[in-house]
Design a protein around this ligand. Structure first.
Ligand code: ZN
Length: 213
């Protein structure tokens, strides 16, 4: 099993400003984000996310195709406005993810599991929107650069993603943060070498050891 903090770092490194985060603050951004996501899930524990969406007036739309842009599969996205929130699910992509989810002693997940993971993730973004409380805006901003001595502040957008993974993990009682399946998919579909993945995990463990909060 891979620790949540390490999978959180996998997500954080996708942030454009990742390298601007002070090294000793990396853990803080991950842990705080996970905590916000997991505690938001407490209110929905034991409930089915499909019902939760219905009761909250969040519409679920299924699209048959799998959407690919520049080789990256899109599996779900959420469209939010004050009037109506819709979660779009790309069935083909989710099916593909489920079919390529077996890895290193782990059980594979079903299409229904993949669906609930993605609904939970997008539902968390809906909660951020509804409460006007975006995780990336709650966490401390960083100052990636200065212009004429003026400090320009920026938030770390990927913190919302880490929190959404934490929300899904807690709500669905998963063993690992669900972004593990993105990597398993890449490995099983031949887009990432298994050794590369494990090297990355080891190097992230080291980064976290050094970044004590
Ligand atoms: Zn997201």
């Amino acid at each position: 099993m891979i620790r949540d903090e390490v999978l959180g770092l996998c997500e954080l490194t996708n942030d454009l400003l990742y390298h601007k985060i002070p090294k000793d603050k990396v853990s803080l951004y991950i842990e705080e984000s996970l905590e916000i996501g997991k505690s938001a899930a407490q209110a929905y524990k034991g409930m089915d996310i499909i019902e939760v969406c219905k009761e909250s007036g969040v519409e679920i739309q299924f699209l048959k195709e799998s959407k690919k842009t520049y080789g990256v599969s899109f599996r779900a996205h959420v469209e939010m406005s004050q009037k109506q929130t819709k979660i779009w699910i790309y069935e083909g992509s989710l099916d593909d993810l489920a079919k390529n989810s077996k890895f290193a002693g782990r059980k594979s997940i079903s299409y229904q599991d993949a669906l609930r993971i993605h609904l939970s993730h997008e539902f968390f973004h809906y909660l951020e929107f509804k409460q006007d409380r975006f995780v990336s805006a709650i966490l401390p901003k960083i100052v990636p650069f200065q212009v004429f001595g003026l400090k320009i502040e920026r938030s770390i957008n990927r913190c919302s993603e880490i929190a959404a993974h934490g929300f899904a993990k807690e709500l669905l009682q998963l063993e690992e943060l669900p972004n593990i399946y993105d990597y398993i998919y890449l490995i099983n579909s031949g887009q990432m070498k298994q050794e590369h993945f494990f090297d990355m995990i080891r190097s992230y463990e080291k980064i976290l050891e050094k970044s004590v909060t």
